[in-house]
Design a protein. Structure first.
Length: 231
């Protein structure tokens, strides 16, 4: 974000350095986004210590069940709510670009990122950091391979293998396969994504062509919003 902001300054644009800085910033942001997205969710999950269900008696005498699965759902609901709250910056950035320039919009994003980095650094000693445990992706592909080979989605389960005299050990349990089956069923929804995207693109192109004289002023703002949201 620092490179992106610096390349958008009037002095950088006047000196002909904006394009090179913009390309470098996009590449770095792409690598950075890929790195943090694969780690932020596990880091959040590690902060919650309970792994088993329990019954807690409240001060009022009411007994409640503490379910870690439901607690995780609530934690991530708050997490994504915060992300949506941060997306409200899209309301301000187009007007900042219109009145002052792109560098002001990028500066806002840069400052917001620095707040998160500062909190992460200051609280680093209080975080629960767990060492990596196994290769979930690798195990998932191995389990899917067993499903395909046996033509049975239950074939990778240790209980199924024991009942069918398959002695080769596997590094997962039945619960892992149950979750994998749920994930594969959920992936069915992506079958319709491509056709929906194509149809949406066709509708957008037709709409822009028809209303082009009325959209030239808005198009610049919309493109800025899309570019910022992609980060």
């Amino acid at each position: 974000m620092l490179i992106l902001w610096a390349s958008a300054l009037p002095a950088s644009i006047a000196g002909g350095h904006a394009l090179g800085g913009y390309i470098a910033a996009i590449i770095i942001i792409g690598f950075g986004t890929g790195g943090i997205k694969s780690n932020i969710a596990p880091l959040i999950a590690d902060q919650y210590q309970r792994r088993t269900m329990a019954i807690k008696t409240q001060k009022s005498g009411e007994r409640t069940i503490i379910d870690p699965a439901i607690t995780y759902q609530r934690i991530y609901m708050v997490f994504y709510w915060c992300i949506n709250l941060g997306s409200l910056s899209l309301i301000a950035t187009p007007f900042m670009e219109k009145e002052k320039g792109f560098w002001t919009a990028f500066l806002l994003c840069f400052c917001a990122f620095n707040i998160g980095i500062l909190v992460l650094i200051l609280r680093r000693k209080s975080y629960v950091v767990r060492p990596p445990q196994g290769q979930i992706i690798t195990d998932a592909f191995k389990a899917i391979g067993i499903m395909i080979k046996s033509r049975n989605t239950n074939a990778p389960k240790p209980t199924w293998r024991a009942a069918n005299n398959v002695t080769k050990p596997v590094p997962w349990n039945d619960h892992f396969i149950d979750e994998l089956q749920r994930a594969l069923k959920a992936c069915k929804v992506f079958i319709f994504c491509k056709s929906t995207t194509i149809r949406s693109s066709d509708n957008r192109d037709t709409w822009l062509t028809t209303h082009r004289p009325h959209l030239l002023g808005l198009l610049r703002t919309v493109l800025l919003q899309l570019r910022l949201s992609s980060r």
